[in-house]
Design a protein around this ligand. Structure first.
Ligand code: DGJ
Length: 692
């Protein structure tokens, strides 16, 4: 997986579909050589040097092709201000080590107390290259000021054009896929909110403008970080493309004291020759195998009470919903916000994590026992990073929040952010969570986070940039400790919907709440964007009431189910207002989901069709599941059929419901005949099994 050619001083990292090569130039600076289709070491040594053609006194001579740019006029991956003010860095290489699939290249500055390690890791069973950086202050009393330290910089071969795929959105409209020509100059994708964000997500894909769902070369990177982040792409006048990314954002700097190190998160990358679909499938496989802590499990069907009750939680009300949830087949009953402290709205109570005595006179055990009696596991909503000023916690510890002493404390959703970088705050959070989980045998936490960070300060902290990263690390540590101490505990990542979904949080959680927008028609688009990188086994999707609380749209129950069944199905409506017939239909659909769940959650994912008729296909062990949705019938015309993917053309596939037998070749060439009644919203689930 990793080879080194000492003569040309080239390293080559290989996966089945990709090669990545870099070399050391004469003065010890690592230079990028290749990222793309597989090459041998000999071929990598023959790659022409990466150099802008313009020979001009307005270009920096050694900037082109730097593996980790520290100089020149393009976006730097690293900027350090040395004591006394200088910022130039001149690397010398101290050598490298290879351990299994992990390459470390050690560098130091020629005359200043700065060392860096560039890390590269490939997994035997994967196609993703993980990269990160460690910086170290190696001597002298004065601190170094780190203005920017990215995890990695990436370069692609010279392409005829450059197109960027990424997502944008907002609360209720996360993961809206955008695919647009990349303009010349610099493009910055970033979050300055202290959280990965609803408005963007820290991944991208690049192609030459000609790739499609199943063809064309695609380069893609994703950052494993749940705080502020920044990825700067630079399409140079000579039409070369490079991007650099990592944690932090403009204006946030870090101070490194002597002997101190700063390690960045992983910025992972992959190359696929087979389009956006192939790229998504590689990310899905990587996340399942190397990111999720329990990626080989099947996720349960959750019932969540939020849309049914809001904050009006009571023991009796929850027990009533639990009976109905069990009837429709839920396996995990999750009580949402409103169960603790003086929490009757978003104005009070956050921070006071004891059951509200009016709502739970004898504590949580009665409800939990009832949920268990009904055959379900029990989960509970928490928002550990937050506090309402109207809470006993805040009255006791007003200094525990992120704040600047002489500035206003901006309230968002009436709450402030606890500084998880303070050991006493993280340990307080760990202790009550540990008691809650351990004391009640809780199986599942929905870990929510409902506001962006502002006034990110910790008086007396010394380094003003630290709280930005310490907060994220503090959250990670609390989650990691809880998981280690409670191995059965599973966690759902949530931040006002899908505001914190990234490879960093997924390393310590099991699924993510995709969006507070549960309108199935909107969800098709949201799920389409989510699935570009993140696999179905992480995509929590509830069926809720109709008309939808957010959009007012009325959609058939079956349609709502068929959309949610494309991920981790849950139910989040007010079941007490559903008719017996609706609950009966829901129970049938939940049972059906359990039957297809191994294929949906663990199968290989293909996206099908174009609006108005789209769908997803999952394939596992000769079983095929297709979920298709038609939103409307413009001009009354029948939509183009959905041509299936990844079937054996010589095999036959039997429809498990109708018994009809289809030739694989026909399904691939002409698509699947679908029964879609009416002219507007209609959906269908088809299960096929390979018969020969
Ligand atoms: C935001 C989440 O996304 C919702 O599902 C719900 O848990 C609310 N917070 C509760 O305040």
């Amino acid at each position: 997986m990793i080879e080194f050619d000492p003569r040309h001083r080239i390293w080559l990292l290989s996966t089945p579909t990709m090669a990545y090569a870099l070399r050391l130039d004469e003065d010890g600076t690592p230079r990028h050589v290749h990222w793309g289709r597989p090459l041998t070491l000999e071929q990598a040594a023959a790659v022409p040097p990466f150099r802008d053609p313009a020979d001009s006194s307005f270009e920096y001579p050694r900037a082109d092709g730097a593996e980790f740019p520290v100089a020149g006029f393009g976006p730097p991956a690293l900027q350090v201000r040395f004591p006394g003010g200088g910022q130039e860095i001149e690397w010398r290489c101290d050598g490298h080590t290879v351990e299994g699939g992990h390459l470390t290249i050690r560098l130091h500055d020629r005359c200043r107390p700065l060392a860096a390690e560039l890390h590269y890791r490939v997994h035997e069973d994967g196609e993703v290259l993980e990269r990160w950086t460690v910086l170290r202050h190696t001597g002298g009393d004065a601190p170094l000021e780190v203005l920017r330290v990215d995890s990695a910089a990436w370069s692609v071969p010279h392409l005829a054009g450059y197109r960027l795929s990424h997502v944008t959105g907002a609360w209720g409209s996360e993961f809206r896929l955008r695919r647009e020509a990349l303009p010349g100059g610099e493009t910055v994708l970033t979050s300055r909110r202290g959280v990965s964000g609803h408005h963007a997500n820290p991944w991208l894909m690049i192609d030459d403008g000609g790739a499609g769902e199943e063809h064309g070369e695609v380069w893609s990177t994703a950052l494993a970080w749940s705080g502020s982040w920044r990825i700067t792409l630079h399409r140079s006048p000579a039409e070369r493309l490079r991007w650099s990314g990592g944690f932090g954002h403009d204006g946030v700097t870090w101070r490194l004291e002597q002997g101190e190190s700063l390690e960045t998160p992983v910025f992972a990358g992959l190359y696929r020759p087979d389009g956006f679909g192939g790229t998504s499938r590689s990310w899905h496989a990587y996340i399942a195998r190397h990111v999720l802590p329990a990626g080989s499990e099947l996720r349960p069907v959750v019932y969540n009470s939020w849309e049914a009750t809001g904050w009006a939680v009571t023991e009796e009300g929850q027990k009533g919903l639990a009976v109905l949830a069990a009837e429709v087949g839920a396996e995990m009953f999750v009580m949402d916000d409103g169960w603790f402290g003086a929490r009757d709205s978003d104005e009070a109570g956050l921070g006071d994590w004891v059951p509200n005595p009016g709502k739970f006179p004898t504590g949580l055990d009665g409800l939990i026992a009832e949920v268990h009696r009904l055959g379900m596991r029990f989960g509970i909503w928490v928002e550990p990073e937050m506090v309402n000023p109207d809470s006993d916690l805040y009255r006791a510890h007003p200094d525990w929040v992120l704040h600047e002493p002489d500035r206003r404390r901006t309230l968002l959703r009436n709450q402030l952010v606890l500084d998880f970088g303070r050991p006493e705050v993280a340990s307080w959070a760990h202790d009550w969570l540990d008691r809650l989980v351990g004391g009640h045998g809780i199986d599942f936490l929905k870990w929510d986070m409902n506001r962006a960070l502002t006034e990110v300060g910790r008086p007396g902290a010394g380094d003003p940039g630290r709280p930005w990263i310490d907060h994220v690390r503090g959250v990670y540590e609390v989650m990691d400790r809880l998981r280690a101490d409670h191995p059965r505990l599973r966690i759902e990542a949530c931040a006002g919907g899908g505001g914190r979904v990234d490879l960093g949080v997924l390393r310590r959680t099991d699924e993510a709440w995709t969006s507070d927008n549960t309108d199935a028609a909107d969800r098709i688009a949201i799920q389409h964007g989510f699935g570009q990188i993140y696999p179905a086994r992480t995509m929590a999707a509830w069926v809720t009431d109709s008309p939808n609380f957010l959009t007012g749209r009325d959609l058939p129950l079956r349609f709502r189910f068929h959309v949610a069944m494309a991920g981790v199905l849950g139910v989040g409506g007010d079941l007490s207002r559903w008719s017996a017939a609706e609950r009966g239909e829901a129970a049938e659909l939940v049972a059906l989901y359990k039957e297809i769940r191994p294929v949906v959650q663990h199968g290989v994912h293909y996206r099908l069709g174009e609006p108005p008729l789209t769908g997803v296909q999952y394939v596992a062990d000769g079983r095929v599941v297709v979920l298709a949705w038609r939103l409307s019938s413009p001009f009354g015309a029948p939509p183009a059929p959905l041509r299936l993917r990844a079937l054996d053309p010589d095999a036959r596939y039997r429809d498990d419901d109708t018994g009809a037998v289809h030739h694989g070749a026909v399904l691939l060439a002409h698509g699947l005949p679908l029964e879609l009644p009416g002219r507007s919203h209609a959906s269908v689930l088809v299960r096929l099994t390979r018969v020969e």
